[in-house]
Design a protein around this ligand. Structure first.
Ligand code: AMP
Ligand code: ZN
Length: 485
């Protein structure tokens, strides 16, 4: 099958463009990944889920992929923390890297072909600095090596940042940057004291600046430029501008990146979710509130990647209700059509003949190929749910109609993008009690609390606890439940 045509909004040109990878069958993609010194927050996770949506969409479109995400395991915070905790950088970052992969697994994120680490790419970074040295784009001060942006005419081309006010030789050698601060940036930091963590290289004892790793890894993995580069919008400047300067400065005759895609932020009360502001949730914070991973995934992927998404538990609860509606329809469909043993195993081999289903499939593929329009694809999923419910509500229906199989097949195919639906009813292991009974008890407790009868509310909580059911109340007044592990 010939891959379908995609179009993407390319940050570099500011336009939506038809996408044509260098190799028509295989797409090379690089995404900036996590800095591993703590748990990722769900803002970071939104940007990783965007990479997953990109991967799943291109797979649905018939492409093969060669995709990478770096693990930043060298930066100032990491080095300072590892010294404080008397550990090597590798020892300190190992558990955080594992937590990162656990989060991805919990959220059904597909594995990529490569996860390069900064600590394993030092040689490649040194070679890149040497190439820049021989191209005359760098200078040395006090043992540090800087990229001179005045010597690289195309600086600012990606982010459209204005460099005209910049004084020659103004340097920046921290890993943390102010937005809009245009300066020469450090490529290699030389070791200041003997205690400082360093690598012994041809450039001397020291460590790389943060921007260097992505350019070096792309070179190492792909040998030349790539089709797509992604990251959160906050990385556009200076990080991506500097990557562009390094790679294009070193290899001026190559096109470093065909398409730049940037994912918008997850906000809390209108502000970017970030560790420094303290306004963040980790994945485990949300799971502890009783939300299932698939609800969190559904919520974070359902907005378009170029739209800001304001996060609240109330909105997460709304996503849960919407997802339950779709899920219940699938269970009804499977039961009514006796499809328990006929659930597809692979979406690739599904074909559709019923015009209504065919049209929905084609609209769905059209939506994702149009700059990953997930909200539109979601509308197709809701439309499928609506027509299936309408069909199931009919009192007289033909029990052998292909509609059963084809509608189930399309749910299955759409789930290759969303990865939030289940096709087998989970066995309720609730020791003789039903979910309805639990929900009734929760309602009874809510009414007791409204009537200020806190003694009864407490009794109900304890009664549930005895049955192994734990309740959690959110600030928004929502009660969720989970089984004790
Ligand atoms: P870091 O671990 O800080 O290097 O960030 C990893 C990724 O998360 C980067 O692509 C950031 O742009 C992205 N990111 C950070 N904060 C947010 C946020 N609030 N919403 C969406 N993406 C974010
Ligand atoms: Zn990067």
């Amino acid at each position: 099958m010939k891959p379908i045509l995609f179009s993407f909004h390319n940050t570099k040109t500011g336009k939506k463009e038809s996408f044509s990878p260098k190799d028509p069958n295989s797409v090379s993609i690089y995404s900036c990944g996590p800095t591993v010194y703590n748990f990722a927050h769900i803002g970071n996770i939104r940007s990783f889920l965007f990479v997953d949506v990109l991967r799943r969409s291109l797979l649905l479109g018939g492409y093969q992929l060669n995709q990478s995400m770096n693990i930043t395991d060298i930066d100032d915070k990491i080095i300072n923390e590892s010294i404080k905790q008397n550990m090597s950088v590798e020892e300190f970052t190992k558990p955080w890297t594992e937590e990162f992969f656990k989060d991805l697994e919990t959220l059904q994120v597909l594995k990529l072909e490569h996860y390069p680490k900064a600590t394993e790419s030092i040689d490649d970074m040194v070679s890149l600095v040497e190439t820049l040295q021989s191209n005359g784009l760098v200078y040395e001060r006090e043992g540090n090596v800087y990229f001179s942006i005045q010597k690289f005419e195309r600086y600012g081309e990606l982010s459209k940042i204005d460099v005209s006010g910049m004084k020659s030789g103004v340097r920046y050698d921290a890993d943390e940057y102010e937005k809009d601060d245009v300066r020469d940036f450090v490529l290699w930091k030389h070791q200041k004291t003997n205690e400082e963590k360093c690598w012994h290289t041809r450039l001397g004892n020291g460590r790389p600046g943060w921007h260097l790793e992505c350019s070096a890894m792309i070179r190492k993995i792909y040998g030349s430029g790539i089709d797509i580069h992604t990251g959160g919008i906050d990385l556009l400047f200076p990080h991506h501008e500097n990557e562009f300067a390094q790679s294009t400065g070193a290899y001026p005759n190559e096109n470093f990146v065909g398409t730049w895609l940037h994912c918008e932020h997850l906000l809390v009360d209108g502000e970017k979710m970030s560790k420094s502001k303290g306004n963040f949730y980790t994945l485990r914070d949300i799971l502890e509130k009783g939300f299932e991973p698939r609800v969190i995934r559904f919520h974070l992927v359902s907005a378009h990647y170029r739209s800001k998404l304001n996060f609240s538990l109330q909105k997460l609860e709304e996503s849960k209700i919407a997802l339950d509606r779709i899920q219940n329809t699938i269970f009804r469909l499977i039961e009514d059509g006796s499809l328990q043993n006929q659930i597809p195993v692979e979406w690739k081999h599904l074909t559709f003949t019923i015009p209504e289903i065919q049209k929905l499939e084609s609209d769905f593929l059209q939506a994702i190929s149009d700059d990953l329009n997930v909200p539109k694809a979601l509308a197709n999923l809701f439309e499928l749910t609506r027509i299936v419910n309408q069909f199931l509500d009919q009192s007289e229906k033909d029990n052998i109609t292909p509609f059963y199989h084809e509608s189930l097949g399309l749910f299955f195919k759409m789930n290759a993008l969303f990865a939030v639906l289940v096709f087998e009813k989970p066995k309720a292991e609730l020791d003789g009690i039903s979910e309805e009974w639990i929900l009734d008890k929760i309602l009874e407790r809510k009414l007791a609390k409204q009537n200020k009868d806190f003694a009864t509310a407490d009794l109900i909580r304890k009664e549930l606890e005895k049955k192994g059911i734990l309740l959690a109340d959110t600030k928004e007044g929502i009660t969720t439940w989970k089984k004790t592990p």
